[in-house]
Ligand binder design. Structure first.
Ligand code: NAI
Length: 464
């Protein structure tokens, strides 16, 4: 039994990043992880495998829709689903092994098994109990269940995001419950693979919390791609036979009841913090009423020496938010000044086109009563985007009406998830829209659209 400075529970993006930073700061560190591989939900059954499937199916889309126009003639590729699954798994394996390598490099012990905290300063894994001056709970989240629906990932008929990444076969008809990030990304994968995809959403808009203009534009684009939407609909139940599922929903406007048939239902209605089996209640660790671990501004719980980060606490359930907290809590434990700027955390949806956003929306500023101005530029005016069939969407920058300080940005378009970081850096430095507009941007790049939107906050964009 070793004595550790820090034991991290969970090796997802929050936990493994925290562990690496702890080790770099000279702390003797171990990570408890019960999965066979490191990386948590993100690497094993989340961000990474979904990106592999999104990439592969986007290539198919390009072959089917754009190759001939570019003079690339011939039959479109056919889909070999088992091989696509192997490709996805090889991407996952490469990444999870990469974390194992980083653990070895940083001399971090992997305590294999599911951990619990029998007392402050103690972590039990299997039959062994280890001493730790500090414990970081980074146990992540799991899909939240919907009453009336039983998920069975093995059967592949009613699945959550984990099941949807490995369906036994490509469904002919798929219903996606929830028009959030998971629903739209995985719905896009199966739509491109030829499934009829209907998204049933409780609210009247897709992607809750996003900029209203982006919501409407994205829905229009996805509809054009063939995705159907039923909005304002509360899903009641799903009944299954051996091969079919029947979903019942109620329209909120008139309470009328309707049914839909499908050969796969993906339930993507959010996730909830996962802290089962840790023994937090017995330790007296305070929780929120949504089952998340309560922490202070330094990720400390009310029990001395126990910290928590990532999906297990409050805030957006995003891998990069967890990573930032992981680095910051390591610094706090090492006696430094870890900090996370929660107002500059980007969000990305990896549909095609991508959607990315950071900071304030028009809706949030209106609610706050803050005066703002908007600079917008459509990708239709961007030469690079036009050259690669990616001219849908726009960049929208929101700046303070008086000071011109950038308050937020919302991008729907090619590589939006990468471009958003220019705005994140600008916001971190308290830049004005003019600062962005006066920065030379290489031509021809998608990023020129960001500059043009910044110009539109002032005297005007050039290419409109
Ligand atoms: P979400 O919270 O993004 O969306 C869930 C949707 O389901 C909401 O629009 C909600 O109104 C709807 N809904 C809830 N109950 C319903 C009902 N009974 N009938 C119809 N619709 C209903 O959750 P999602 O997509 O499951 O994602 C979970 C978490 O994982 C999110 O926090 C998300 O940010 C994160 N994630 C992030 C990704 C990324 O950054 N690209 C990718 C995948 C997940």
């Amino acid at each position: 039994m070793a004595q550790y400075d820090v034991i991290v529970i969970g090796a997802g993006p929050g936990g493994y990043v925290a562990a690496i930073r702890c080790a770099q700061l000279g702390l003797k560190t171990a990570v408890v992880e019960g999965r066979e591989t490191l990386g948590g939900t993100c690497l094993n059954v989340g961000c990474i495998p979904s990106k592999a499937l999104l990439h592969a199916t986007h290539q198919l889309h390009e072959a089917e829709h754009n190759f001939a126009t570019m003079g690339l003639k011939g039959k479109s590729p056919s889909v070999d689903w088992p091989t696509m699954q192997e490709y996805k798994q090889s991407v996952v394996d490469g990444n999870t092994k990469g974390i194992e390598f980083l653990f070895k490099k940083n001399k971090i012990d992997w305590l294999k098994g599911w951990g619990s905290i029998p007392a402050a300063g103690k972590v039990k894994v299997g039959e062994e109990t280890h001493d730790a001056k500090n414990i970081i709970v980074a146990s992540g989240s799991v899909p939240s269940a919907l009453p009336g629906i039983t998920v069975d990932n093995e059967a592949g008929l009613v699945v959550d995001s984990t099941g949807a990444l490995a369906l036994p076969k490509i469904p002919k008809k798929m219903i996606v419950v929830g028009a959030g990030v998971i629903g739209l990304e995985l719905g896009s994968v199966y739509k491109r693979l030829g499934a009829e995809v209907t998204v049933v959403e409780f609210l009247d808009n897709i992607t809750p919390g996003m900029d209203g203009e982006v919501q409407k534009n994205l829905q229009k684009i996805l509809k054009k791609q063939g995705m159907e939407f039923i909005l304002g609909a509360a899903v009641q139940s799903v009944e299954t036979t051996k091969t079919k599922a029947k979903l019942t929903y109620k329209l909120r406007k008139d309470e009328s009841e309707h049914t839909l048939d499908a050969d796969c239902v993906l339930v993507a209605t959010g996730r909830k913090a996962y802290t089962d089996g840790l023994g937090l209640a017995d330790l007296g660790v305070e929780m929120t009423d949504r089952g998340q671990v309560k922490t202070d501004a330094h990720w400390a719980t009310n029990v001395k020496g126990i910290y928590a980060i990532g999906d297990a606490i409050t805030g957006p359930m995003l891998a990069h938010k967890a990573e930032d907290e992981g680095m910051a809590v390591a610094e706090v434990i090492a006696g430094k000044h870890g900090h996370v700027n929660y107002s500059v955390i980007p969000g990305v949806i990896y549909t095609h086109p991508e959607v990315a956003s950071v900071g304030a929306t028009e809706e949030s500023l209106k609610a706050e009563g803050r005066a703002y101005k908007v600079g917008k530029f459509p990708f239709m005016g961007n030469a690079r985007a036009k050259a690669v069939f990616a001219s849908e969407g726009f960049v929208k920058i929101i700046a303070d009406k008086d000071t011109d300080r950038v308050l937020g940005a919302h991008i729907i378009g090619p590589a939006a998830g990468d471009m958003i970081h220019e705005i994140c850096v600008a916001m971190e430095f308290g830049a004005s829209a003019q600062d962005v507009a006066l920065t030379c941007h290489a031509h021809p790049t998608y990023s020129e659209a960001v500059r043009e939107a910044a110009l539109a906050c002032g005297d005007g964009a050039i290419h409109v």
